[in-house]
Design a protein around this ligand. Sequence first.
Ligand SMILES: *[C@@H]1O[C@H](CO)[C@@H](O)[C@H](O)[C@H]1NC(C)=O
Ligand SMILES: *[C@@H]1O[C@H](CO)[C@@H](O)[C@H](O)[C@H]1NC(C)=O
Ligand SMILES: *[C@@H]1O[C@H](CO)[C@@H](O)[C@H](O)[C@H]1NC(C)=O
Length: 388
Amino acid sequence: MSLKLNIATLPILFLLASVANAKPAVFNIVKKYGGKVNEDITLPLSNAWKDACAMPGQSKVVVPAGTYRLGPVQLNGPCKGPIELKVRGTLEAPGDLSFFKWGSWVSFERVDQLTLSGNGTFDGQGKSVWGKYNGALPINIRFDFITNSMIRGITSLDSKQFHLHVFACKNVTLFHLNIRAPGDSPNTDGIHMGRSTGINIIDSKIGTGDDCISLGDGNRDILIQKVACGPGHGISIGSLGKYENEEPIVGVKVLDCNLRNTMNGVRIKTWPASFPGIASDMHFENIYMRNVSNPVIIDQVYCPWNQCKAQIPSKIKISEVSFKNIRGTSQTKEAVKLLCSNEVPCENVEISDIDLAYQGSDGPATSQCTNANPTISGKQNPPACSLK
Ligand SMILES: *[C@@H]1O[C@H](CO)[C@@H](O)[C@H](O)[C@H]1NC(C)=O
Ligand SMILES: *[C@@H]1O[C@H](CO)[C@@H](O)[C@H](O)[C@H]1NC(C)=O
Ligand SMILES: *[C@@H]1O[C@H](CO)[C@@H](O)[C@H](O)[C@H]1NC(C)=O
């Protein structure tokens, strides 16, 4: 290369470098806001968030490595620019419920272009309350009306109730999350979602005491991919139909997931004697199950503790559903159950390439279909609809 060319190229290189280096303004809760390891950082974090949020341009709040105590906080927008909260440390929630004035521990509301990142842990200290109280316990991390955002890398540990609750959000990706609580911890759903659009949950591990992921009404365009689930109750759409004016749930893809020792695999559940509703365009593909009870289940007579009129059919219309390439082992004999409503039968259900082995002495595995009439192709173990 000639010297001439190099000199001519330099200004362009500098320009590119300065664009790439447009660094966010950093608000370090230890360096600038008086936060200290092993102390309570509720105020330092809230103050750092307020300043960062009020700052035009990109801003970044940093919680450095170390263990901190944190009371309930509301980290709200709208903010003046894109904002990141990077947590490298471990945050511990109060064990005592009297600290909680509202239903969550860490809550984000009305933020556009939020990034929640870092290798940090949100430790909900659920052990101190599990099984001791009736009524709703605090949710570990809540996202309400969050748009165009990314949640990545963080760990949610031992939440008192749900780990993550996503409500009325749009275009949010949850990536590389680690969600953990014991298999017998009550009501600790990994990620519960409601009325949200364009949510992706990718490449994450969830082991908990209730549903790994549960989708309520009004969700659209949801992608769940490469999620490892177990222990827990599996990946669940519903329960639907309990309340009036539920919104349709349309467009759910569950791909390349791995479930192990869970109480259900992939499930759609609706209450009998329900209000009308719609659940449509839901696809489950490339799912590996190991020792899963009820690996594939549509349950329109979902009626736990007999708290409903099971004889009156569900009015939730389920359509355009596929289960493809689902393999592994079932912990129960009835490996595939498609129990649809006799008032509004399921429409356009497809099952293709199912290979679920059952080892019990009362084997082999069976498959039950009521009001489903699925299209069948590829391998079928158990034989499709062997019980009608
Ligand atoms: C996150 O990584 C940093 C090193 O990059 C480490 O010092 C810190 O302890 C880690 N945090 C957690 C909660 O593991
Ligand atoms: C979705 O959010 C991401 C940020 O995570 C952003 O880069 C992208 O442009 C958004 N997509 C749309 C369609 O707004
Ligand atoms: C199978 O799963 C059940 C929970 O559904 C669990 O109790 C049992 O230990 C598991 N078996 C194996 C061999 O992992």
